[in-house]
Design a binder for this molecule. Structure first.
Ligand code: ADP
Length: 181
């Protein structure tokens, strides 16, 4: 995920890094699509609302909790604005002139809660923001890939499909960062 965001960070002259604790060197079960959606959204915001400095993603696992910190050195959020930040369509003064819908954080907070997790933040205006996300996970010995379920599907070489124009993909988005992907 951090690699995906590197071009957007570079364009703004920001450094971007990830710190994965050794506790994350394992297999987990979790809704990875949703987990990715949470991190994508928070890292996207971190870059969007940071004009200089750095953004980072840190992760560790304690017991059955995956703990994430998405940190930036950006515009920051005042104490009273932090009260409304997870509400739908909330856009703060710091978002003036920056594209967005004000829906990202409300979706992130709903997904986190539906996954049984928690989200909180610590921020100071002009100093930066850290979002803390805790998601319950289960550590497993081996990845559980049940190949027997896919036995009836005949694999097709993707390049043959594309060269015969059978496979057409249209990707639509109004967010320049997403379009860049
Ligand atoms: P959007 O990014 O589309 O404006 P979000 O729901 O993701 O909507 O965020 C709501 C508002 O919270 C943003 O408009 C911005 O004012 C503020 N915000 C979100 N993330 C950050 C951040 N990392 N630093 C400063 N402000 C932020």
């Amino acid at each position: 995920i951090v690699k995906n965001f590197a071009p957007a960070a570079k364009k703004k002259g920001l450094s971007i890094s990830s710190k994965m604790a050794s506790s994350t060197d394992c297999y987990i079960t979790c809704d990875l699509f949703r987990l990715r959606q949470i991190i994508d959204n928070l890292l996207g915001n971190a870059i969007k609302f940071t004009d200089k400095g750095d953004v980072s993603l840190s992760a560790n696992i304690i017991g059955s909790s995956l703990n994430l910190i998405i940190k930036d050195s950006g515009r920051g959020i005042s104490q009273e604005e932090q009260e409304v930040i997870f509400e739908e369509f909330a856009r703060l003064k710091n978002a003036t002139g920056i594209e967005g819908s004000g829906l990202g954080l409300s979706i992130v907070s709903k997904i986190t809660n539906l996954m049984g997790g928690e989200i909180s933040l610590s921020s100071s205006p002009d100093k930066g923001t850290s979002f803390f996300v805790t998601i319950p996970i289960e550590i497993v010995e081996e990845p559980n890939i049940d190949s027997s379920q896919h036995d009836d599907i005949e694999p097709q070489p993707a390049n043959t499909l594309i060269s015969h124009s059978i496979l057409k993909i249209v990707i639509v988005d109004d967010d320049p960062i997403q379009l860049k992907y």
